[in-house]
Design a binder for this molecule. Structure first.
Ligand SMILES: Nc1ncnc2c1ncn2[C@@H]1O[C@H](COP(=O)(O)OP(=O)(O)OP(=O)(O)O)[C@@H](O)[C@H]1O
Ligand SMILES: O=P(O)(O)OC[C@H]1O[C@H](OP(=O)(O)OP(=O)(O)O)[C@H](O)[C@@H]1O
Ligand SMILES: [Mg+2]
Length: 319
């Protein structure tokens, strides 16, 4: 039986790393489908050959993707910005584009009922559980130094000895929110999106280490074998899918006397398309409009005399 875990099977193929499961997986599949990257993933197999390009997908844990990309083992990857920073390899990884999903914040959280622990300074010298031990060690290392310096100065002024405090960072692999309830830690550092998990565990956030979303990344130094033309094509397709998700096509009719005012509202990405109508003095306009602004744009078009205004969803686009 042939196996895909074989250098020959991957020879000459551009490699694209995708999170193998979890929060980013489904969105990545939608993105691949929008970019017409066709593949069939066999059960339990973490490599899939792409049928319509000399390319293979490699399904990896989101946390490992920055290293595979940074060290040039794969040509492109999708993961969270949090994972890139946590990997400590951000210098080796270039962010090609933000992907607009997987949005969350990495926050310091403490039990709401613990009145003495409502600031990060109060956690100094205590125990903090997290899966982000690199980022947490850096954050609390800096905070420990600040707090210790303050304590040292106060003690010096009072002519007494000072005991230096060190926050203990405990690595846990998942279900971090349970750590406080289980008595493993006094506080945690973990991801928050809706805040539902945090609140359900009786925790609340007292500081934010970073905000994150999914990103498309590539190595700063590409591998010599890299097929740059294909990488460029795939990046451009993904950019098209992203733009299509952010924009709609807005069409309307407008009398030529109001055309300038209308075009100021819908300038389009490069320029709006204006076509004369048979009806004397009227033009039809079509322009790309940001989805988030579409309702306001339609209101304003009506105000300047726009008629028959409608929007069309974009499946895909290149701009
Ligand atoms: N609740 C969330 N909302 C939005 N994005 C999230 C959330 N949790 C995680 N992420 C993003 O997804 C990335 C991968 O996290 P995820 O939890 O899917 O991976 P995992 O912990 O390896 O998988 P699993 O939790 O299934 O074991 C994170 O680094 C972060 O960027
Ligand atoms: O603010 P919320 O919308 O509740 O999302 C936050 C939760 O999502 C992630 O957990 P995940 O489901 O990936 O489980 P894990 O902790 O086992 O990784 C994260 O670790 C939080 O626990
Ligand atoms: Mg998780």
């Amino acid at each position: 039986m042939t196996t895909l875990f074989n250098k020959d099977a991957l020879q000459g193929r551009m490699l694209f790393a995708i999170p193998k499961k979890g929060r980013l997986y489904e969105k990545c599949l939608e993105l691949l489908s929008g970019a017409d990257i066709q593949f069939r993933r066999q059960n339990r197999l973490d490599v899939a050959l792409v049928m319509n390009h000399p390319m293979a997908l490699v399904f990896l844990p989101a946390a490992d993707i920055p290293r595979f990309v940074g060290e040039g083992n794969v040509d492109l990857g999708i993961t969270g910005q949090d994972m890139v920073v946590e990997s400590g390899l951000a210098d080796l990884v270039a962010e090609e584009m933000e992907l607009g999903f997987g949005k969350c914040k990495l926050q310091v959280q403490v039990p709401e009922v613990d009145e003495e622990l409502q600031t990060v300074e109060a956690l100094v010298g205590k125990k903090v559980a997290t899966s982000f031990d690199v980022l947490s060690r850096k954050y609390f290392g800096d905070l420990d130094a600040q707090v210790n310096e303050k304590r040292r100065r106060e003690a010096q002024a009072q002519g007494r000895e000072v005991e230096l405090l060190e926050t203990k960072i405990e690595y846990v692999g998942g279900s971090v929110e349970a750590a406080c309830a289980l008595g493993v830690a006094d506080g945690i550092v973990d991801l928050v999106e809706s805040g539902e998990t945090m609140r359900a565990c009786g925790l609340h956030a007292i500081a934010t280490l970073l905000s994150s979303q999914a990103v498309l990344i590539r190595p700063v130094t590409p591998h010599a074998r890299s097929n740059q033309a294909l990488i460029k094509l795939i990046v451009s397709r993904i950019r098209g899918v992203m733009a299509a998700a952010q924009y709609v096509l807005c069409q309307y009719n407008i009398h030529r006397s109001n055309l300038d005012a209308a075009l100021a509202i819908t300038p389009g990405r490069r320029a709006a398309t204006v076509s004369p109508l048979e009806d004397d003095g009227w033009s039809a306009v079509s322009a790309m409009v940001k989805k988030s602004e579409v309702a306001t744009v339609m209101d304003r078009l009506e105000e300047v005399g726009g008629k028959d205004i409608f929007t069309l969803a974009l499946d895909n686009c290149r701009t």
